[in-house]
Design a binder for this molecule. Sequence first.
Ligand code: GUN
Length: 312
Amino acid sequence: MPQILDGNRVRDEIKAECRPRIEKLVAQTGRPPGLAVVLVGNNPASEVYVRNKTKTAADLGIYSETITPDADITTEDLLKLVRVLNLRPEIDGILVQLPLPKHIDEQAVLLAVDPEKDVDGFHPYNMGLLATGRPGLRPCTPAGVIQMLRRHAVEMEACNAVVVGRSTIVGKPMALLLLAENATVTICHSRTKDLAAVCRTADILVAAIGRAAMITADYMKPGAVVVDVGMNLVTSRAEAERIFEPGRMAGFEKRGSQLVGDVHPGDVARVAAAYTPVPGGVGPLTIAMLMQNTVEAAERRTGAITGTIADA
Ligand code: GUN
């Protein structure tokens, strides 16, 4: 039987580690760490993500507020809003939920966030710290994957790691974080030749593509560790039947849709030595790492951390 990499357990560990740090910050500064979330417009998926983030913050005693400008806000007004948050002393972390409406200059907005408050780790300054191996705020999802692997004693040193997907949010920082663990890293994308053959070289395979169950058995080396970052909602019956065996259609039958990762769930259970399930794998870690980054940003801002801490 393959090992199932349990994201809920790791999330609980990370949250438990945050609690005493938050208590200490309250004792030192008289206030909890503060997180501001900017949610533009009415994207239903983003609304769910943001609600889960603020609920987790409340559970930990982190102050949070959600600012919800209308979808037609201009780039200039959004920049002004971010600059106000940069200046507010009780706000330690700022997160601008993506995607932003098409008319907004996303790069300009991410660039406007004070790098010290950039709890998503998306600012080019923090990306540069990551690329040059210096401490800094790391993007939450890939940092969560590293925590998942470390806390399940998956050896990363000298292994062949293949990352499928080159996004700024996941693929690129994932590759850099694996490199920092001394893995030999390959990044694949839509133009990669013979993707399946490259993926079969992986001791650790990370799928961050955004296509339901695309990574099938022929992409996996037997005994590989497979990490699935995908979250795709399958709504077509034909697609669901391609992915799920007849005995595993109950979720789809009940709801008319089913959450599926980028990795084929039946194939990975047959071929991998260890894998992250969907749901219950990487998903819970993104929010846990956001909380950890918020605590870390608050500690840095109060001088509790002087810039020489180990990597997240
Ligand atoms: N949209 C999807 N994932 C993320 C994330 O990690 N952070 C932000 N800000 N937006 C997202």
